[in-house]
Design a protein. Structure first.
Length: 232
């Protein structure tokens, strides 16, 4: 398993990488999620609830990913999973991946959609991810960060894909999913601060993965052990 991380513009870096097995990514949609969520810190749930995380106030989501980049994603891989595909001009497909956030009654979207070119029917994943109300103890570093379980679910549709590229790596969740599932990963992130977060998260996932091979499994007591205990 190999991991390659690039800090820079994916439009410049992707042509140097060449073909990969699959692109799995969540590009900017141009909905200003970066600045909006940074300003909303501590305001969403009222005084009695925990303070909302203050994300980095950057401008990465000031405009959607260009058609040139989306087309480059499709050219660089035979298989593509592109979150927010409903924001871009893409061919018709039989297989949308639907993430149901189980948000309940609020002002946020009930679901997010990923365009794919998989030859499958529509698939849905239900996973609660509503501000501080989330399944599991996963920390959220990025305003549009996908849950690890959702990204691992995406990879489950790509059993033969050895090398995965995410040209909009963000805080690195796709990379963590690849490490957990033993896939090669190539990640590109333009923002240096998020790049450092992604690098550390992926490195930590690699450390956990490597430690699994060094954990000594307990062995059953032998007859000799029991004989010693009896004599004592």
């Amino acid at each position: 398993m190999t991991v390659q991380l690039f800090c820079g513009d994916c439009l410049e870096i992707m042509p140097t990488i060449g073909k990969v097995d699959a692109v799995v990514t969540d590009p900017p949609y141009g909905i200003k999620a970066d600045s909006t969520m940074a300003k909303q810190a501590g305001q969403q749930y009222g005084k009695a609830a925990a303070k909302k995380r203050a994300y980095l106030a950057t401008d990465w989501d000031s405009k959607p990913a260009s058609a040139e980049i989306i087309n480059l994603c499709r050219e660089n891989a035979d298989i593509c999973i592109i979150w927010g595909g409903n924001y871009f001009i893409l061919p018709p497909t039989s297989c949308w991946l639907v993430w149901d956030k189980l948000n309940g009654d609020n002002n946020f979207a009930d679901c997010e959609l990923a365009w794919t070119n998989l030859k499958k029917a529509v698939r849905i994943k239900r996973h609660m991810w509503n501000g501080m109300i989330r399944v599991g103890n996963e920390e959220r570093f990025h305003p549009t960060q996908k849950p690890l379980a959702v990204m691992e679910w995406c990879l489950s549709f790509l059993p033969d894909a050895v090398t995965i590229l995410d040209p909009f790596m963000g805080s690195g969740t796709t990379g963590v999913a690849c490490v957990n599932l033993g896939r090669n990963f190539i990640g590109i992130e333009k923002d240096p601060q998020y790049f450092e977060i992604a690098k550390e998260r992926i490195a930590e996932a690699e450390r956990r993965k490597n430690n699994e091979f060094f954990v000594k499994k307990p062995t059953a007591p032998t007859l000799f052990d029991f004989m010693l205990e009896d004599k004592q």
